[in-house]
Design a protein around this ligand. Structure first.
Ligand code: SAH
Length: 223
């Protein structure tokens, strides 16, 4: 991990990105501070170093992408996180969003279905000294042994809202999930007000990689 250097150049670019996120409508100063604290270029290939602080989604291997900074910031703002809340993230991917959640003081649980991404993210996150629980598994199942969760954040596009995740959302909890089968998904924020009552709001259209079932073992990953 010798290439993990956070230079003044990176820090300067990061500040500009944070300003841009503010101009794009991200209001929560704690979310913006978290973006200033987590070096996004660490989560991307060295060849993409110059692009790490532009508002784009980039490849991270296994056909997956690190989400746009604006999308990560928007989803993070929507879950209304306060320190100590227990959050389940579906789609660890590069681990960038996971670290943003940790930076906000949450107790983070994150699941990734691609074993190679899970292994890579685990090493990097450990290097950065964050301490989430990470699992190689299928997010459709949630993580029953740690349920219920105060917040659930899905970072891949689901065809519909998985029943199992609704079950694992605490009463009073919030789930943010992009839903839709085509190219685009509607961002839903679902609040659970009792055992049986859920309300849902739609908050714009986004593009995510699809939420797929079953795990993908390292040896089955095409490179
Ligand atoms: N939060 C990530 C976004 C990665 S893209 C980041 O900041 O980099 C979404 C990720 O969801 C991909 O890595 C994809 O492999 C993963 N994914 C898709 N379906 C999944 C499922 N059923 N369970 C767990 N992860 C899944």
């Amino acid at each position: 991990m010798d290439h993990l250097k956070d230079t003044y150049r990176h820090q300067g670019k990061r500040k500009l990105l944070v300003e841009e996120l503010g101009e794009m409508g991200i209001k929560d100063q704690r979310v913006l501070n978290a973006f200033n604290a987590v070096p996004r270029h660490f989560f991307m290939d060295l060849a993409l170093d110059d692009l790490a602080y532009t508002n784009g989604a980039f490849h991270i291997g296994s056909g997956q992408t690190i989400s746009h900074p604006y999308t990560v910031a928007f989803q993070t703002e929507l879950i209304e996180l306060t320190p100590k809340l227990k959050v389940l993230e579906i789609g660890t991917g590069s681990g960038f969003q996971t670290c943003i959640l940790c930076e906000l003081g949450a107790r983070v649980y994150s699941i990734e279905r691609h074993q190679d991404l899970h292994v890579k993210a685990t090493q990097l996150i450990k290097h950065l000294k964050y301490d989430p629980r990470l699992k190689y598994g299928d997010g459709y199942q949630g993580w029953p042994s740690y349920a219920p969760f105060d917040r659930i954040l899905v970072t891949c596009g689901a065809p519909d809202v998985p029943e199992e995740l609704l079950k694992q959302l605490a009463v009073g909890g919030i789930m943010v999930i992009p839903v839709g089968e085509g190219e685009e998904q509607r961002m839903l924020r679902i609040k659970r007000s009792s055992e049986v009552d859920f309300t849902s709001e739609e908050l714009g259209t986004f593009k995510f990689v699809p939420m797929l079932e079953r795990r993908v073992d390292i040896k089955d990953t095409k490179r």
